[in-house]
Design a protein around this ligand. Structure first.
Ligand code: DX5
Ligand code: ZN
Length: 219
């Protein structure tokens, strides 16, 4: 099943509630929530109070992407504030199995994320312990960047490894996704499509409609 996952990093934060309502009325089921700590990535995004507000405003699945060093420090708090899934980076955590198991024990979906420069094989040991693998298709830290084409092969390779093991694991991609490269990403095996600027810039309702109809055509 393919899903469009709008990333609120590109939202207008003065209008966040209204923009969440627009997404809530569409047939999108997930919302991507980017947490940045200024250490793992150069930028700082937002944290607990924003997640708490978003949770109060929407029933969408909150897919929390932790671009944070030692994310294990925050799992309890983010789950308490309403995360439905938490994704940690393979590059940022020294106790990955334990942290993934902790997320699961709190009822969360578990994700493992991998940066563009990290070989995709580094995600292989975790495939049986996650619900999703997130392949970063830009260098994490900012919205609106260009897609890194070398990532197509990584997506193909993780999808084939997941299929080989017969596991129900999603492949999420994040960064630089536009209508122009959507088909190729779906073709190589991505099924959770994060889009920040491509959804939030301009007419959100219409952008979502166009993306969803393209995704249907490709299914
Ligand atoms: C980047 C974030 C992304 C970002 C994607 O580090 O993880 O989720 O919002 O934005 P676009 O779709 O504009 O590249
Ligand atoms: Zn993200």
């Amino acid at each position: 099943m393919n899903y469009l996952v709008p990333s609120i990093l590109s939202a207008d934060f003065c209008e966040l509630g209204t923009q969440l309502d627009i997404i809530g009325k569409s047939s999108v089921e997930h919302l991507h929530v980017d947490i940045m700590d200024g250490m793992f990535v150069p930028s700082i995004s937002f944290g607990m109070p924003v997640l708490e507000c978003v949770r109060k405003r929407t029933d969408l699945f909150l897919d929390v992407h932790m671009m944070v060093e030692r994310p294990e420090r925050y799992v309890d708090e983010f789950m308490r504030l309403g995360a439905d899934g938490i994704t940690i980076h393979v590059e940022a955590c020294d106790c990955i199995y334990k942290t993934l198991e902790h997320i699961r024990s709190l009822g969360g979906k578990r994700g493992i994320a991998i940066n563009p420069e990290t070989p995709i094989e580094h995600a292989f040991p975790y495939i049986e312990h996650v619900d999703m693998v997130l392949v970063m298709t830009v260098h994490p830290g900012f919205g609106g960047q260009s897609y890194i084409p070398e990532c197509y092969d990584k997506i193909r390779s993780i999808r084939s490894e997941i299929n080989k093991r017969g596991l129900p694991v999603d492949v999420e991609i994040d960064g630089g996704v536009r209508l122009e490269n959507l088909k190729r990403n779906l073709d190589v095996g991505a099924n959770m499509i994060v889009t920040g600027s491509a959804v939030f810039k301009g007419d959100i309702e219409n952008n979502i409609k166009v993306f969803l109809s393209r995704m249907k055509q490709e299914a």
